[in-house]
Design a binder for this molecule. Structure first.
Ligand SMILES: C[S@@+](CC[C@H](N)C(=O)[O-])C[C@H]1O[C@@H](n2cnc3c(N)ncnc32)[C@H](O)[C@@H]1O
Length: 195
């Protein structure tokens, strides 16, 4: 049976929170390159906390989500940063891509329909400029949800030709945002596109 996700419940649970640590770590890596801000995509942006953080740092952001309610959730951010923010209410396979310096995808890509994932991944890799970064999560093969899942080797292989700068495997039983107990298996990844 296909699982139906309660995104309204998720957005409510995540209403107030800081930007994710993985994005902060990604900023540190860009800082080391003396690269402060560029063009970013935030895939599956949800409430927009990471989009907001990117904008505050001076990045131009295309925030993508197929849930049209995110426009309302992000209303204040949109009003404040209208010159630097584009919202695409779109599924991952229909994104309008341009070359970019960062693709941020927090807890998002596993939800891509399996039949579209290869195409979406190809677009991600092709859209990154040299020295651009991917920052986000892939789900592992032991994750409880039957979404797009990767073994550790498969996850690493996704970044062939790139430098994996951060890779953390997480496996735990823990609650979801809406309070359901779940077996989590995921990889936090930051990778840089090489020449
Ligand atoms: C778990 S939430 C993560 C939101 C945010 N990135 C965060 O870290 O809190 C996943 C988001 O991806 C969006 N999403 C799910 N499937 C999608 C798809 N096929 N195309 C675009 N967005 C999708 C959902 O609407 C939701 O906002």
């Amino acid at each position: 049976m296909t699982k139906v996700f309660n995104w309204a419940g998720y957005y409510k649970a995540h209403k107030e929170r800081k930007a994710r640590d993985l994005l902060i770590k990604t900023f540190e890596l860009f800082d080391k390159d003396k690269f402060n801000s560029g063009i970013a995509y935030d895939l599956g942006c949800g409430n927009g906390h990471e989009t907001h953080e990117l904008l505050k740092k001076g990045w131009r952001v295309t925030a993508v989500d197929n849930n049209e309610n995110v426009s309302e959730l992000m209303k204040e951010i949109i009003d404040e940063y209208k010159d630097k923010l584009e919202i695409q209410i779109s599924s991952f396979e229909n994104i309008n891509w341009t070359k970019c310096d960062l693709i941020n995808a927090n807890y998002a890509l596993p939800f891509c329909p399996k039949e579209h994932f290869e195409f979406v991944w190809e677009n991600i890799i092709n859209s990154l400029k040299v020295n651009g970064r991917f920052s986000g999560q892939l789900f592992g093969d032991r994750d409880e949800w039957d979404l797009v899942r990767h073994t550790k080797d498969e996850a690493i292989k996704r970044f062939e030709g790139m430098e994996i700068e951060f890779f953390d495997e997480i496996e735990k039983d823990d609650k979801t945002a809406i309070g359901e107990l779940k077996h989590w298996h995921l990889f936090d990844i930051i990778a840089r596109k090489k020449n």
